[in-house]
Design a protein around this ligand. Sequence first.
Ligand code: PLP
Length: 233
Amino acid sequence: MSQIAQHLAQVADRIAKAETEAGRTTGSVALLAVSKTKPLEAIVAAYDCGQRRFGESYAQEAVDKIDRLRQDPAFDDLEWHFIGPLQSNKTRPVAERFQWVQSVDRAKLIERLQSQRPPHMPPLNICLQINISGELSKSGTTEEQIFSLAEQVSRSDRLVLRGLMAIPEHTDDAERLAGQMARMQQLFTRLQAKYPSVDTLSMGMTEDLEPAVHHGSTMVRIGTAIFGARDYS
Ligand SMILES: *Cc1c(COP(=O)(O)O)cnc(C)c1O
């Protein structure tokens, strides 16, 4: 078994255990494999193990990978999620290639993705990113703004509002982390009550997968535990 196959099995196991411990249905948490900075071969290796959802953070790198894989129809069923900070002038290649953008945090991005999503493609799935820790270094909107952004997405016919994404603080303080995750869970529940298309709480990375599943995450975004450490970001 390849190392990536082994790692994927370990992550699947962690997710299943966390689901059980949280009293949740097995299979209720989806796995997004975060392949940023990793070569195409790593994506193909994960694909060969049955992984279909991949997350990328850098527009140009992602476009290069997607366009190379697109040349082989065998990879038609890959699902690409953009999860990095998105500059307004880089939205077009993202709107034209990805199935999801999880890092939407301002009105301008929503406008551009709506106007640039090609009409022949299915609507683009959108998660609003919230800066739940309030750290200055992090992207994401505030808790106050999500409902107006959600309304804007819901009025955009080329977009579908799917939910919320967050990167809680990287901290050893379990209570502090739990507090941030609990706030995400509450916001998610409120958003879901208002918009029936909302079904995704994207939360949990290699270091905080278990508490995220405990706090209602429906999609964990895992890089390091699958592909190994990254040289940068
Ligand atoms: C890099 C990244 C991840 C994956 O992080 P790991 O700690 O390697 O699992 C998840 N989400 C976002 C938004 C990222 O940028």
